[in-house]
Design a protein around this ligand. Structure first.
Ligand code: FPP
Length: 259
């Protein structure tokens, strides 16, 4: 991999520049938007006699590899379900550790993501994140906002119901102000009011660790998505598993009619 200096706040360090890879299927069959429910960190750790947080830690390596691969094969958008609204109910120590991992990822990966033209975005109730994590997230988003490569969207404190409720509130406030006639509320208006506005619909939804549930993830955006479930636990998931899911999508009969 070529390397480049990335300037960030006075620091200069060398970061890998990702070589373009041949996509696993012809470009026309490539998904524009891949979304992943990253599951099985706890099981991965338990199978090894480790504490759960070791599974989350190992999961960061999977995040790194999958992000690079999607960037290298010119997927337009990758959304990762990194923390759900339900995840706040986990033990305090586990939540704290997940927040620490997230912050570390945002700090350590920013130069490499930026050098490779990744635009980082987020969906979800991010105002609930601890202040230091939120400011790293905002910094990463601002820093990469003008990038034209992969859109990496982190779903944080995310729940699809909550997102749809936000959109409903937003649209009804516009209607109450007289800015939007109720009869003009159509699919485009709803999409524009979602946290994910501007990101294409999900073509491929992947869930790791075997469970066949959508779990309140991108219910609107993934309404026509191909759902690929793998038994692999997230910490073991790598680019070859993304390629396998893309092959499965390309091989699947498609009777999706244009909306
Ligand atoms: C589900 O596994 C996974 C999560 C709740 C968190 C995912 C977080 C990461 C992969 C690390 C940090 C993320 C980024 C973007 C840097 P689980 O704990 O529910 O597993 P289990 O069902 O086997 O118990």
């Amino acid at each position: 991999m070529a390397r480049a200096d990335a300037g960030n706040g006075g620091r200069r360090k060398s970061v890998p520049i990702w070589p373009t890879l041949k996509p696993p299927v012809p470009r026309a069959a490539m998904p524009r938007h891949v979304a992943i429910i990253m599951d099985g960190n706890g099981r991965w750790a338990r199978q090894r006699g480790l504490v759960r947080i070791r599974g989350h830690e190992a999961g960061v390596e999977a995040v790194r590899d999958v992000v690079r691969y999607c960037g290298q094969t010119h997927v337009q958008a990758l959304t990762l379900y990194a923390f759900s609204t339900e995840n706040w109910q986990r033990p305090r120590k586990e939540v704290q550790y997940l927040m620490r991992l997230l912050k570390r990822y945002l700090v350590e990966e920013l130069d490499e993501l930026h050098a490779n033209k990744v635009r980082l975005t987020s969906i979800g109730g991010v105002h609930r994140l601890p202040g230091d994590v939120l400011s790293c997230l905002e910094k990463a988003q601002t820093h990469t906002a003008g990038n034209s490569g992969l859109t990496l969207c982190l779903a944080l404190s995310y729940g699809s119901h909550e997102e749809l409720l936000d959109a409903a509130r937003d649209l009804s406030a516009q209607a109450a102000r007289g800015d939007l006639a109720p009869e003009r509320i159509d699919a485009a208006a709803v999409e524009a009011a979602l946290h994910s506005a501007g990101i294409p619909p999900v073509d491929l939804l992947i869930r790791t660790a075997g469970e066949r549930r959508v779990s309140n993830f991108l219910l609107w955006q993934a309404c026509d998505a191909f759902f690929h479930v793998t038994d692999t636990c997230w910490p073991n998931f790598r680019r070859a598993d993304v390629a396998e899911a893309i092959h499965a999508l390309a091989a699947a009969p498609s009777d999706v009619e244009p909306r």
